[in-house]
Design a protein around this ligand. Structure first.
Ligand SMILES: Nc1ncnc2c1ncn2[C@@H]1O[C@H](COP(=O)(O)OP(=O)(O)OP(=O)(O)O)[C@@H](O)[C@H]1O
Ligand SMILES: [Mg+2]
Length: 376
C-alpha cells in the first residue's frame, strides 16, 4: 500500500509543493465533479446551451486538477472531460460517415482541454522556479547574516581573550617574584606553585582559543569527501573502540569538491566527537553521503543513537560557548558551522530521544566566499 502511495506521489502526482492530502483531495473532488457532469450529460439532463456551459466548466476542473496535482492528473482529467465530446462526435461519425460541421465546433474543446493541462503545468513550473529562486536568495541572505554574526562573535571573543592575557602575564610576573622571595618557606612556596600552575593553565587555554578562533583561511583544493571521512574515522577508531561505538559509512560515489582537507577533517571530528559523547554506553554512528545532481551539491547525514538534544538547546548549539558538558568549550559546533559556511554550505540538525542527525550540505561548484575569519 505504502509502495503504491509512494509510486503515485512520485510518478503520477509529481513532486510539488502541495501536501499529498491536498493533492489527493483536489484530484478526487475534480474527478467526482467531472463524472457527475458527464453522467448528467449522458442522461440528457441538460439543454444544448447548458451542455455547452458545462464544456467550459470542464476547463476550470482541468485547471484546478493540473495546478494542484501536477501534469498527469491534469492530463487524465482532460481525457475524462473529453468523453462527452468524443462520444457525440463518434456517434455522428458512425451515423454519417464524416464529421459534421457542428461536431467541428466541439473538436477545439477537446484540444484545448489538453492545452490547458500543458499550459497550467508550465505555469506551475515557472512559479516553482521563481519560488525556489526566492528561497535560495533567502538562504543566501541568512547565510550572510550568520557569517556576519560569526565574524562578530569570533572577533569579540578573540579580543576579550587577548586582553585577558595581558593582565594575566602581569599577575604571573608578580607571583613569580613573590615565589622567588618565599622559596624557602614550604607552605608559601607550595601555594605560589599552585597559583602559577593555574595561571599557566589559564594562559594556555587562552592561547588555544586564540589559535582556535582564528584558523587559517580555507586553503581549498579538489578533494574526495569520502576519503576525508574515511581518514577521520580511522583517526578516531581507537577512541570509538574504547567507547564501544561502531562507525558505519554508507557512501555513494561523490564528485570532487574544492575544500580545505584539514578543515573538513576538523568538521567531521567535531561531529563524531559530539556523537560519541552523546552515547556514554556505546552505540552507532551512521554516515551517509549522497550527491544531488539537480542541486549539484553533496549531502552528508551523520546520525547517532545517542540521547539526543532537548528542544530548548537545539536552537543554541551553534552559538559560541554553548555547552552542556562539564569540560566542554561550546566552540566545536560554532567552529564547524563557520567552516561549512566558508565553503558555501549549510549545516542543520534534527534530534529526538532516539538520536541526533546532523546534515551537512556542500555545493560542488563554489563561488568565492569571503573569509569569515580575520586573517592571522
Ligand atoms: N550529537 C549530539 N548529541 C547530543 N548533543 C549534542 C550533539 N552534538 C552537539 N550536542 C550538544 O551541543 C552542545 C554544543 O556542542 P559543541 O560541540 O559546540 O560544544 P561541546 O561539545 O559542548 O564542547 P567542545 O566541542 O568544546 O568539546 C553540546 O554541549 C551538546 O549539548
Ligand atoms: Mg563538541
Amino acid at each position: 500500500m505504502n509502495n503504491l502511495t509512494d509510486f503515485l506521489m512520485k510518478h503520477f502526482f509529481a513532486e510539488r509543493s502541495f501536501s499529498p492530502l491536498v493533492k489527493i483531495s483536489v484530484f478526487l473532488a475534480t474527478l467526482i465533479f467531472s463524472f457527475i457532469f458527464i453522467y448528467l450529460i449522458f442522461l440528457n439532463h441538460f439543454s444544448t446551451a447548458e451542455a455547452r456551459l458545462i464544456l467550459y466548466i470542464f476547463y476550470l476542473i482541468i485547471f484546478y486538477g493540473t495546478f494542484f496535482c501536477g501534469f498527469w492528473p491534469g492530463f487524465l482529467l482532460a481525457t475524462i472531460c473529453s468523453i462527452p465530446a468524443i462520444k457525440v462526435i463518434g456517434a455522428n461519425f458512425l451515423q454519417h460517415g464524416f464529421i459534421t460541421a457542428s461536431d467541428m465546433e466541439i473538436l477545439p474543446f477537446v484540444a484545448f482541454y489538453y492545452l490547458v493541462a500543458i499550459a497550467v503545468d508550465w505555469f506551475r513550473v515557472i512559479i516553482e522556479r521563481l519560488k525556489s529562486q526566492l528561497e535560495e536568495n533567502k538562504r543566501l541572505n541568512e547565510q550572510t547574516r550568520q557569517m556576519e554574526k560569526l565574524v562578530l562573535a569570533g572577533e569579540i571573543a578573540a579580543g576579550i581573550a587577548h586582553e585577558i592575557r595581558n593582565p594575566l602575564t602581569v599577575v604571573q610576573g608578580y607571583i613569580q617574584l613573590q615565589a622567588a622571595k618565599h622559596k624557602h618557606e614550604q607552605n608559601e612556596s607550595a601555594t605560589y606553585a599552585l597559583i602559577l600552575s593555574e595561571l599557566k593553565r589559564a594562559n594556555q587555554i587562552i592561547s588555544e582559543f586564540l589559535n582556535f578562533s582564528r584558523p587559517h583561511q580555507p586553503s581549498k583544493k579538489p578533494i574526495q569527501l569520502t576519503e576525508i571521512i574515511k581518514t577521520t574515522i580511522s583517526l578516531m577508531s581507537a577512541e570509538s573502540q574504547v567507547r564501544n561505538i561502531e562507525i558505519l559509512l554508507q557512501s555513494k560515489e561523490l564528485p570532487f569538491i574544492n575544500a580545505d582537507p584539514g578543515q573538513m577533517i576538523q568538521v567531521f571530528m567535531n561531529l563524531f566527537t559530539n556523537a560519541m559523547q552523546a552515547m556514554p554506553d556505546g552505540g552507532k554512528i551512521t554516515v551517509e553521503t549522497g550527491y544531488s545532481t539537480e542541486e549539484d551539491q553533496i549531502i552528508i547525514h551523520i546520525h547517532d543513537t545517542g540521547h539526543g538534544i532537548p528542544q530548548e538547546s537545539l536552537e543554541r548549539i551553534f552559538t559560541p560557548f554553548f555547552t552542556t558538558k562539564d569540560h566542554g568549550t561550546g566552540l566545536g559546533l560554532w567552529m564547524t558551522q563557520a567552516i561549512i559556511l566558508a565553503h558555501g554550505g549549510l549545516i542543520d540538525v534534527t534530534s529526538s530521544q532516539q538520536g541526533t542527525t546532523f546534515t551537512v550540505v556542500l555545493p560542488v561548484e563554489q563561488q568565492d566566499i569571503l573569509p569569515i575569519f580575520p586573517p592571522n
